[in-house]
Design a protein around this ligand. Sequence first.
Ligand code: COA
Length: 333
Amino acid sequence: MAAVLTTTRLLGVGSYVPDKVLSNFDLERMVDTTDAWIVERTGIRERRIAPESMATSDLATRAAEGALEFAGRSASEVDLIIVATVTPDMMFPSTACLVQRKLGASSAAAFDVNAACTGFVYAVATASAFLSTGSYRLALVIGADTLSRITDWTDRATCVLFGDGAGAVVIESSSVNAPPGEILGSYLAADGTGWEVLMQPAGGSQMPASRETVDARLHSIKMNGNQVYKFAVRAMGNAVKECLSRCGLTCDDLDLLIPHQANMRIIEAAAQRLGVPESKVVVNIDRYGNMSSASIPVALDEAVRAGRLESGDIGVMVAFGGGLTWGATAFRW
Ligand code: COA
């Protein structure tokens, strides 16, 4: 029978977070905040901070090595690397090229995707589309961010939210119709009219770096928290439903929801709207805060290694973020 290269499957998962823990109590000594406020409003208790010696590509490479080991594949077999990040090592070359070199994945095409905190979901959908053509066989998709480098540590409204980390998956094209880890489909969306709600204003072509931009702290994250909050609850619900419906499924079929970890109250409100019980939702925001593109793959890696997915289970990864962007990907484990 002729091979049908329309199926893609998750072969391996991996993640890496730096050792250094920054607790809410540490933050109490840095800005006017309290552990009680942060826990009640966000669910976050601590986050990880990368050492000066590590950039996003270093976190990404560690996560990728874990995913390759899980998949039982070597870097030389990888022919596509996509890194989702908003904190690349530098404006160019892409962080994916730096990861390619660090892994020694010399046969791989490499590029970055920027869809802010929805980046990993966008990158998985992109890799899946590339693999479905049959032109690529084995992809590494990495979500990695070092948000501590673009956080304003004097702004209590944002600095309590973010942390550093990386997660990765290995995806292969498959000629088998319903293999384990099958990616069933994705839904991606964007609304550029909301770009000002969440951004890093300076450092690009619109507002190049200058003494003034540094003095005005315009190289750090600026956010309208309330607007993001309202958008997020709507977007998560919409993305899960739309993605499942494109796969011929409903929320009743869902076994595990792996949401972007931005705020515990957003996760709870979205799950409630969807009628998904707490037991089916992966949460690690208490330990890591919001790691942007890394949140979902780190949560997925932890869920898999904790045995929370059984063969045949339906999982959905769902995210929202700057852009505005949102989206979801469904898979059968
Ligand atoms: N510690 C103590 N007080 C704080 C604080 C902090 N770290 N940050 C803000 N406050 C204060 C505010 O100044 C405000 O005080 P005021 O009433 O005297 O003006 C008060 O707390 C309430 O602020 P508000 O912004 O209304 O709080 P909130 O309940 O909306 O929670 C967020 C703020 C940021 C936690 C919440 O809006 C949120 O999570 N939004 C989504 C953010 C997000 O997901 N971003 C990433 C997207 S990928």
